[in-house]
Ligand binder design. Structure first.
Ligand SMILES: Nc1ncnc2c1ncn2[C@@H]1O[C@H](COP(=O)(O)OP(=O)(O)OP(=O)(O)O)[C@@H](O)[C@H]1O
Ligand SMILES: [Mg+2]
Length: 371
């Protein structure tokens, strides 16, 4: 049997642990044409959830555009056009999309491996605002002829587009007049989504209902994971799986990554216990160790000691006398400055009043190395 755990990619079907309460709520937004801004910590399962919820609405087509890393209006148009090209397998819709995007010189190629058509546009030489208008004209036209939902994933990156202000304002004004087409904007709470939807100066201020994706409740995730282990002849009882959830800080993708490693280091017939977690960590560290080494090589002595102190005693009060002593810092201010640098390097993040490791397995490695 193949390893049943998946991480680092969108999951669906048997790999998707149902999240009935969240799915129902999102589905009701979609049916009502209600725009929503879906935020949550990284790897919590935002993209998978949004696509699963949209997938359950009968007759709905989802235009999914991943906006990660866009830097220009041309990039935005390319991503949205590619999403529109995936709306349906048949030819006729694709032809219509091409017609609607004719101002952007669309081309269709075929993926070498899958044979699936790939729609591309060239908006580099067009006026940025006109290109964005053309893309929204296309969405609007499709929205009139089919039940459509639009997912803009990693939407915060629109703020990184060159001269983004008028473009973002234009997007907002087009979206607000498409009442029947629900737009779902997803992104991580640790980035510019907050600025886009909660800052009164932003055109998107309060334009979509907030929707938070947290951890899958233990009562739902534990039986899902146990069944996967059981299907491969491994016994993972509830208390063991709660330990796994603790070690992965209940971040959905990290839980799956740890389970994938646990599967890898165990055989059929085994009842999993804490020693397997240790062996799974060894495997994870061997895969990711080079990256960890690189990260710590960039740190000053103080930053490294502060990182190790957060690993040992937590980052709830990094300016306390105890923390400053633990980190060997000269002052509370120095400790805080080092923490902020670790956040800038994306090794730590701030959540619920506490600084935490972005990657729980890196924390474990730091502890083990006694840095
Ligand atoms: N419902 C689910 N059931 C089981 N595993 C899930 C579920 N949702 C997410 N995962 C796990 O989390 C990983 C990340 O999922 P996904 O890409 O949907 O999260 P995300 O929050 O969009 O992540 P990112 O912040 O990287 O965009 C998946 O590869 C999978 O391991
Ligand atoms: Mg995502």
């Amino acid at each position: 049997m193949d390893n049943p755990f998946r991480y680092g990619q969108v999951v669906d079907g048997e790999h998707f642990c149902p999240r009935p309460a969240l799915q129902r709520q999102l589905e009701s937004f979609i049916r009502a044409g209600q725009n929503a801004v879906v935020t949550g910590e990284r790897r919590m399962g935002k993209t998978s959830l949004v696509l699963a919820a949209a997938g359950r609405v009968r007759g709905l087509r989802t235009l999914y555009a991943d906006l990660l890393g866009i830097r220009s209006a041309a990039d935005f148009c390319r991503r949205v056009a590619a999403g529109a090209g995936r709306l349906e397998r048949g030819d006729s819709l694709l032809r219509k999309t091409c017609r609607l995007l004719s101002r952007l010189r669309p081309t269709v190629t075929f993926d070498r491996e899958t044979g699936v058509p790939v729609l591309s546009v060239d908006a580099r030489s067009s006026d940025p605002e006109e290109s964005v208008e053309a893309v929204f004209d296309m969405i609007e036209a499709h929205g009139r002829s089919m039940k459509l939902c639009v997912v803009f994933d990693e939407f915060q990156d629109v703020l990184r587009m060159e001269n983004h202000e008028p473009l973002v304002a234009l997007m907002r004004s087009r979206i607000q007049f498409m009442g029947d087409v629900p737009f779902l904007f997803t992104g991580s709470v640790r980035n510019d989504m907050v600025q886009l939807f909660r800052d009164s100066r932003s055109p998107f201020f309060k334009s979509a209902l907030p929707f938070e994706v947290g951890a899958i409740p233990d009562g739902e995730f534990v039986p899902f994971l146990a069944a996967k282990f059981a299907a491969g002849g491994r016994k993972a009882d509830e208390s063991f799986l709660r330990l796994v959830l603790d070690e992965a800080c209940r971040t959905t993708g990290d839980v799956q990554e740890l389970c994938e490693a646990l599967w890898q280091v165990t055989d059929r017939g085994r009842t999993l216990d804490r020693s397997d977690i240790e062996r799974a960590f060894v495997l994870l560290h061997s895969r990711e160790g080079t990256e960890y080494e690189r990260s710590v090589s960039l740190l000053t002595g103080l930053q490294l000691r502060v990182l190790a102190a957060v690993a040992r005693i937590g980052g709830a009060s990094v300016q306390s006398a105890e923390f400053v002593r633990e980190a060997g810092a000269s002052s509370a201010a120095a400790a805080k400055k080092a923490v902020l640098r670790l956040v800038a390097l994306d090794l730590l993040f701030h959540h619920d009043g506490e600084y935490k490791f972005t990657n729980p397995f890196f924390r474990h490695w730091v502890l083990k190395k006694s840095l």
